[in-house]
Design a protein around this ligand. Structure first.
Ligand code: IMP
Length: 430
């Protein structure tokens, strides 16, 4: 494997944490390149369950090094909490985890603004953000008023921070939110900076040296294609490029160094937060998927909306990311269903649509065109080879491949590392 980019092909929560964990067993470096602590990657190892938000999941493998790239927005307090959490469980990140000095810092007013703006939004425009300050932090980056990790660890941090806090207090006040205690925030961030300083580095030459040595790099996408700021269901999206293209801009590794792109999809679909979701099931089957699949947010605990597999969305993801093969997760969640459906196209205002429309108002009106399948009604959990799967489960996956134009390389039939099937398409590449 040269460099692999792993991305979510739906609305996030595809089970990327587990797939990154199994792939990073063969990687030297795992790199986060966008998003922030809005992400929640869950990994189960033996009896232990880890939920990581900012730290690349690859760090759970002792030989793997992790980078939080320039494209990520870093909440220093949240990062320290995660570092401490790993230490408590006997995993030492020092010397193995590096945070780009170009990554932007999430500050308390970003979180406060995020929450306040959501609160002030009228019903139909609510985004349902994770309230981790992501939108305002990326907004400051684009407005060129953000603070970066290099600023956080600089001796003049207080001088940089104070005018920002004064300005933001005026904005918070205008929005009807309580002001921040400037001295307390400065002290908190100075303390965090002192603890994080050993982790902050110029990660670009580091990665280029790794590429030159032929080391294997895994880029860990967060969120998913349909939450991408350009290609998702705007404005019901996150504020970064969650798609494969983001890996280069968010790490400093050039496009021609990317070897392959792996797309992660659930065998069905979920979405957390607001926004259109054509195959959503608001009935008993949706509730059943939520129960069986334990579909509650890893970051916010919110129940996820559940629905059938949407091949229109998956084809959109194949185009934009250049997906070479799929990692399909949670097939086992479908084990007990009598009937399954896959959405093959949309119908909207009397027209058939093969692609995701840009306008969310149009997408809201889209009705899925379904193809039905008989369920296999037996457990896939014990399968260790593709051939062990019930015939109807194989047929379901074969149709998924056909409709999306990409083969399945990894199949996950349970949360544990062992519940992972490797198929031919993953080949040498994995
Ligand atoms: P934000 O990223 O917190 O601004 O939230 C924007 C939208 O993206 C909301 O609908 C969130 O629920 C969704 N979102 C953000 N991060 C994740 C994630 O890691 N998984 C799933 N949804 C997410």
């Amino acid at each position: 494997m040269s460099s692999t980019v792993l991305i979510g092909a739906q609305w996030g929560d595809e089970g990327k944490g587990k797939i990154i964990d199994v792939l990073s067993a063969r990687a030297d470096w795992v790199v986060r390149y966008q998003g922030g602590s809005n992400a929640g990657h869950t990994v189960e190892i033996g009896e232990q369950r880890f939920v990581l938000h900012l730290i690349p999941s690859g760090l759970l493998h002792p030989a793997c090094r992790g980078i939080i790239g320039n494209g990520v927005v870093v909440d220093p307090v949240a990062l320290l909490k995660e570092i401490d959490g790993l230490r408590e469980r006997g995993i030492e990140p020092a010397g193995r985890l590096f945070v780009s000095d170009r990554a932007h810092v999430v500050l308390p007013f970003h979180r406060l603004l995020d929450a306040r703006r959501e609160q002030n939004r009228a019903g139909g425009t609510l985004i349902g953000t994770t309230k981790r300050g992501i939108g305002p932090a990326y907004g400051d980056k684009a407005s060129r008023v953000g603070l970066r990790m290099a600023d956080l660890v600089a001796p003049d941090l207080a001088d940089l921070l104070r005018p920002r806090l004064a300005e933001q207090n005026r904005i918070l006040e205008a929005l009807g939110a309580p002001a921040m205690d400037t001295a307390a925030v400065v002290a908190e961030y100075q303390a965090a900076a002192a603890r994080l300083a050993p982790f902050v580095a110029d990660t670009i030459p580091m990665l280029h040296a790794a590429v030159a040595r032929g080391e294997r790099i895994l880029f860990e996408g967060a969120q998913g294609t349909m939450l991408d700021i350009d290609f998702g269901t705007y404005p019901f999206v996150t504020s970064s490029n969650a798609t494969a293209g983001g890996a280069c801009a968010g790490s400093g590794v050039p496009p021609h160094r990317i070897g392959q792109v792996v797309g992660v999809v659930k065998a069905y679909t979920t979405r957390v937060g607001e926004g259109p979701f054509p195959t959503e099931l608001k009935d008993e089957t949706g509730a059943r998927l939520r129960e069986e699949g334990r579909e509650f947010g890893a970051t916010t605990g919110r129940p996820r909306r559940c629905g059938w597999f949407d091949a229109v969305v998956a084809r959109h993801a194949v185009m934009i990311n250049g997906i070479d093969w799929w990692a399909v997760t949670k097939l086992d969640v479908l084990d007990a269903l009598e009937t399954l459906r896959i959405c093959t196209a949309y119908e909207c205002d009397g027209r058939r649509l093969e692609h995701v429309p840009a306008d969310v108002r149009v997408l809201e009106r889209c009705r899925p065109v379904y193809e039905d399948f008989r369920g296999w009604r037996s457990s896939t959990r014990e399968a260790t080879r593709f051939e062990d799967l019930p015939e109807r489960a194989r047929a379901y996956l074969a149709r998924l491949e056909e409709l999306t134009g990409a083969p399945v390389g990894i199949l996950s039939v349970g949360p544990r590392r062992e519940s992972t099937l490797w198929l031919k398409a993953a080949g040498e590449g994995a």
